[in-house]
Design a protein. Structure first.
Length: 361
């Protein structure tokens, strides 16, 4: 049974210069969108008790408290359900956060990106470092304990010491989770059309990442997935569901879902979704080989790696024999564990190259 839900909130006040996510400054369509979203949920959700519910965007914090309440009422949730909302700090007030807490929302993911105000302005963010710090402190005082900050490394003019300083400031706030993403510039974003100057090269980005891994581990953060770190007990249950290759509903514009061996995606424009919220844009029934490939690809993103005994039983294969060439070629980057294999710290840095060969084998 599917017990996890992702909901896409496709609204933003304006696009950041690096952003290629599906989001639009079309708040005038919010009410129509929420009605279409309700139609999709009530027709597709099978009333399972949810383990996780995740609001991503866009900027979910552009929804009102009443909007969240109406959506939450569509689901079967309890006190164990992890309910995450992505937030932009410049849109928040103490009352808003307190009301979200009162609804049972128990995990916040705050888009920080960096604490350097000059870089924040340059990349088009509307908040400053004080906005993030104040938001975290207010949320903690309200009672939120599960708070994550998102950071981007490899930003214009950024160097290793500047990124280390970002992480030091995050730790001083006493948060429980940190996500780190290397800057990727797609053609369709502002920076894709007008490339920024002074971008750190790939070697400096790798140094930033390696330094961050070491620093966070020294400060009692578990490195549990390539981009994610947490204090003990604060892994993101929702994201682990993805990496464990389990099923999930995807509701809203451009959301992806995975049910009964079928991966699907929803329409990419608000207007198209409003017109027909029950029609998927794409549907792909995965073959057994494709499911196996995803099991390996996603499993290796976890720092605990893959369980070969489970894979052998699930897919009736001999993992070590089937992938002996890849295991041999990358033996210095793939580490044996008591239950299978995981990427070493050096292996994480070239994970795309390694995993592509598992897909080709």
């Amino acid at each position: 049974m599917t017990k996890n839900v992702y909901i896409h909130v496709p609204f933003c006040r304006q696009k950041c210069k690096y952003c290629s996510f599906i989001s639009f400054p079309k708040l005038e369509l919010k009410e129509q969108y929420l009605k279409a979203l309700e139609i999709q949920i009530t027709n597709c959700y099978k009333n399972e008790i949810l383990e996780t519910l995740y609001f991503g965007g866009g900027t979910p914090s552009l929804l009102s408290v009443n909007d969240f309440k109406n959506i939450l009422n569509l689901f079967n949730i309890n006190s164990d359900t992890e309910i995450t909302v992505e937030l932009n700090p410049e849109t928040l007030t103490e009352k808003y956060l307190s009301d979200l807490y009162g609804l049972g929302i128990n995990r916040l993911s705050i888009g920080c990106q960096t604490f350097d105000n000059n870089i924040l302005e340059y990349i088009g963010r509307k908040h400053n470092s004080s906005d993030v710090k104040n938001t975290v402190k207010i949320a903690q005082n309200i009672g939120f304990r599960n708070i994550s900050l998102d950071f981007i490394y490899g930003l214009p003019t950024q160097d290793v010491s500047m990124f280390r300083d970002d992480l030091s400031q995050a730790l001083e706030l006493g948060i429980s989770h940190i996500s780190l993403y290397g800057l990727k510039i797609e053609e369709d974003c502002y920076f894709g059309k007008y490339p920024p100057k002074s971008l750190p090269d790939n070697d400096i980005q790798a140094d930033m990442y390696e330094n961050a891994v070491k620093f966070l581990k020294e400060n009692n953060f578990e490195h549990y997935e390539i981009s994610n770190f947490s204090k003990k007990g604060y892994n993101s249950k929702h994201n682990l569901n993805y990496w464990n290759n389990n099923s999930y509903y995807g509701f809203g514009v451009a959301a992806h879902g995975y049910e009964d061996g079928i991966r699907y995606s929803n329409p990419k424009t608000i207007e198209e979704f409003i017109k027909n919220p029950l029609k998927h844009k794409t549907e792909l029934k995965l073959s057994s080989d494709e499911i196996l490939e995803e099991e390996i690809f996603l499993g290796f993103r976890k720092l605990s790696g893959i369980n070969t005994k489970n894979i052998n039983e699930k897919f009736s294969i001999d993992f070590e024999n089937k992938y002996k060439n890849v295991l041999k070629k990358y033996n210095q980057y793939i580490t044996r564990t008591p239950v299978g294999y995981r990427l070493s710290e050096k292996g994480v840095l070239i994970s795309n190259s390694i995993l592509s060969e598992f897909l080709e084998d």
